[in-house]
Design a protein around this ligand. Structure first.
Ligand SMILES: [Mn+2]
Length: 467
């Protein structure tokens, strides 16, 4: 497809290919009648190309028909790549698919949290749906705690879907989320879920009793599968379950209930996602350093929110072996926070300049000598006012200078806020992090561990169940 034209030849960043000029054509997309050419879709989206609404609707409807028929607990076999949270990081998803291998050769189990936070959530959904239609049995998409109306409304996906398409597309994607299975058993050895186990999960059969075709509830088995976390390594040995204070919903679980469930079903580990890890994964070895992990956490969004400096990882099960593949962030196109357009974003800067000019003009109007160039709000103001008072034009000038000073202050603040937004970037999609805290910001010396710890601390509030 022809890239976007550049008639004046004034494209600023020539190293980046211009986006395609038109949405993907049906001929290019549905090469094989009812199956989308997922590689064409992938490359088109990678170049920031658009899809037509009807194409996305058709993807959703086709996948809905497939997932609807899947059991709540899916069974899968090796070789398989298990993928953790992606959170709208489309370019990293493309990278991991390259790295882990073609779905023709290896199965894929995605553990949920495809959307929110990252700004390419719609692209992630489109690519995953295209893959699912191509390989309905080899690719399974489990539901994460973000695959629901409540979370996507609170975070960024709803807005993104409506901006890129419309409300109907958003609602249809939600219907697809409603149909996603909740758990998988892989190679008869691993239980895979997004969050974790539940006090209500005595045996795996109970999963089939869940009515999953709905918005997830705020407690009970369904909720825990999506929200629970493992306890930290020391507490896990002493405690079975305790309230999950970090999430303000569901539980944290320890060794004993995991062990019991695994033994009952002759399984080896619980594989789950849901928590960012500095290395992209964590082995919860609760029987000592060299023991086999009871729980494995996998997180597949590198440099989460463009801020955490974490590595990402996927888990590969192949030839009876378990291995981890790590990867770093891939470059992605730059977007202003909250997807503000450049014009709106830069208005305060322009206004600030105009007012500074106005200020100089006024100052010249009063006297040529004792003018100070800098801030009107401080000494300069009183000086200007004093001078003006001495002259005859007191009233008028005084008012003019005052109102200009006030406008100057307003636009300074707006400008500063926009600059601050750039630093916060994707961290606080809804402004929920105190900006002051973030401004204290990154440690002066680059220290990945410190940065990761700090990002986690600042981002704590976004891991909670939104009230
Ligand atoms: Mn999650």
């Amino acid at each position: 497809m022809e890239p976007l034209l550049d008639p004046c030849n004034d494209r600023q960043v020539t190293s980046v290919e211009p986006p395609p000029s038109l949405p993907l054509s049906d001929e290019a997309m549905w090469s094989d009648m009812d199956v989308p050419d997922w590689e064409v879709v992938r490359d088109h989206l990678k170049k920031e190309g658009k899809l037509q609404k009807e194409q996305v609707m058709r993807l959703c409807e086709t996948v809905l028909e497939i997932t609807k028929k899947e059991p709540t607990l899916v069974h899968m076999e090796e070789p398989i790549c298990i993928v953790g949270d992606i959170h709208g990081q489309y370019y990293d998803l493309c990278h991991l698919l390259e790295k882990a291998g073609k779905p023709k050769k290896i199965n894929y189990l995605f553990l949920g949290d495809y959307v929110d936070r990252g700004i390419f959530s719609m692209e992630v959904v489109i690519l995953l749906l295209s893959l699912k239609i191509n390989y309905p049995e080899k690719i399974v998409l489990l539901r994460g705690n973000h695959e629901c109306r409540n979370m996507t409304q609170h975070f960024t996906f709803r807005e993104e879907a409506i901006r890129k398409f419309d409300e109907e597309v958003y609602q249809t994607v939600m219907d697809v989320f409603d149909a996603m299975p909740l758990a998988a058993v892989v190679s008869k050895k691993y239980l895979a879920v997004h969050g974790g186990i539940s006090p209500d999960l005595k045996k795996l059969d109970s999963l089939e009793s869940i009515n999953r075709f709905t918005e997830p509830p705020t407690d009970g088995l369904f909720c825990d599968l999506l929200w629970a976390d493992p306890l930290d390594d020391t507490e896990a040995l002493e405690c079975d379950y305790r309230d999950n204070q970090d999430r303000e919903c569901s539980y944290m679980f320890g060794r004993k209930p995991v062990k019991k469930l695994l033994e009952k079903h002759d399984l080896m580990s619980v594989v789950r996602a849901h928590q960012v890890q500095i290395d992209g994964y964590k082995m919860h070895r609760w029987d000592g350093e060299s023991s086999f992990p009871y729980v494995v956490t996998i997180f597949s969004a590198p440099n989460y929110c463009d801020y955490y400096s974490n590595k990402a990882a996927v888990l590969i099960l192949k030839d009876d072996k378990i291995s981890i593949k790590q990867y770093d962030q891939s470059e992605h196109p730059y977007f202003l926070p909250d997807q503000i357009d450049v014009f709106s974003w830069s208005l305060p800067f322009l206004a600030d300049k105009v007012i500074t000019m106005l200020k100089s003009l006024l100052e010249h109007g009063i006297t040529d000598e004792d003018m100070v160039d800098e801030d009107l709000e401080s000494e300069a103001v009183s000086k200007v006012l004093e001078t003006a008072e001495r002259s005859k034009k007191v009233g008028v000038i005084k008012m003019k200078v005052k109102s200009v000073a006030r406008m100057h202050k307003i636009f300074r603040t707006l400008k500063d806020e926009n600059e601050l937004l750039l630093q916060i970037k994707g961290m606080a999609p809804d402004g929920k992090i105190p900006k002051g805290l973030l401004l204290e910001g990154r440690p002066a010396i680059r220290d990945t561990f410190k940065e990761f710890a700090q990002a986690k601390k600042l981002d704590e509030v976004n891991e909670r169940y939104p009230k």
